[in-house]
Design a protein around this ligand. Structure first.
Ligand SMILES: [Zn+2]
Length: 266
């Protein structure tokens, strides 16, 4: 009987001991140990019930001379603003692909104002423009002078067929347009805006389309003298001069502190 009572007391003591061993404080202690085991470099502090883990102080690596120079250049050229490179008259087979290669290598997004007849002729290039993230906009179907057309003709013969051709290839129906030659009557401006068209002209003409004044140094000098925040820069898909000068145009604008966006992101 006495033995039974002793056993009972011993059992109760054991039970109390077990209960004490899983108190939160001890559980916290295990947590610390796990942290120390798993992350030996961490310094663990215990403040009452709160366990705080402090990341070790990692000394900053000494920058190389090259990195220091890059940092200085960054400080000297704060972000000046945004510019949009725009390319008219594509797609074509050769130049548009070369332009896309350069934009991809430089990680630049641009806006392509495409001509409907060429979209129908070069669907694969149009798809590539879209798939690489550029904005596609409407530049008529036949490159007609819109000032010589009625408003209905502008929409029915030139704009709608082009945007429909783009939509059939990409699922995207552009409602952004630039009239060929920048030519548009005032009544057409109002008519198109009422129909939700956004009309985009340009603010900086590189003259890449004019063989009498499109040498790389001439184009770069225009960029240097006319750049501004929000610039819409006019270039073209259909001339080799554009492909030749484009890497330098991008570098020049980057050095001036600009980032490249599409016309809808300005
Ligand atoms: Zn054009």
């Amino acid at each position: 009987m006495l033995n039974k009572r002793r056993n009972l007391v011993a059992g109760i003591c054991l039970l109390i001991l077990l209960l004490v061993s899983v108190t939160p404080a001890l559980a916290g202690q295990y947590y610390i140990n796990e942290l120390l085991d798993g992350n030996p470099p961490h310094q663990v502090l215990k403040e009452g019930p709160v366990v705080r883990v402090i990341q070790p102080v990692v000394p900053k690596p000494v920058p190389s001379a090259r990195e220091e120079k890059d940092e200085e250049v960054k400080k000297e050229t704060p972000l000046r603003g945004k510019v949009a490179l725009t390319f008219d008259d594509g797609p074509d087979t050769h130049n548009t692909s070369a332009i896309l290669d350069i934009l991809k290598a430089e990680n630049v997004l641009a806006t392509f104002f495409v001509v409907g007849e060429k979209v129908e002729r070069y669907p694969a290039i149009l798809k590539r423009i879209f798939n690489e993230g550029h904005l596609i906009a409407n530049h008529s179907r036949t490159h007609a002078d819109f000032s010589l057309l009625t408003n209905d003709e502008i929409v029915e013969l030139e704009l709608n067929p082009t945007s429909k051709a783009v939509e059939s290839l990409t699922g995207y129906y552009p409602l952004i347009m630039r009239p060929p030659y920048g030519s548009l009557r005032q009544d057409s401006v109002i008519y198109l805006q009422e129909q939700s068209w956004r009309i985009v002209r340009w603010s900086l003409d590189t003259f890449d389309w004019d063989s009498t004044r499109n040498k790389p140094e001439q184009i770069l000098s225009r960029i240097q003298s006319q750049h501004h925040n929000g610039a819409i820069i006019l270039m073209h898909c259909n001339g080799p001069a554009t492909v030749r000068v484009l890497p330098d145009v991008i570098k020049s604008l980057r050095d001036l502190g600009y980032e490249f966006v599409t016309v809808t992101q300005l």
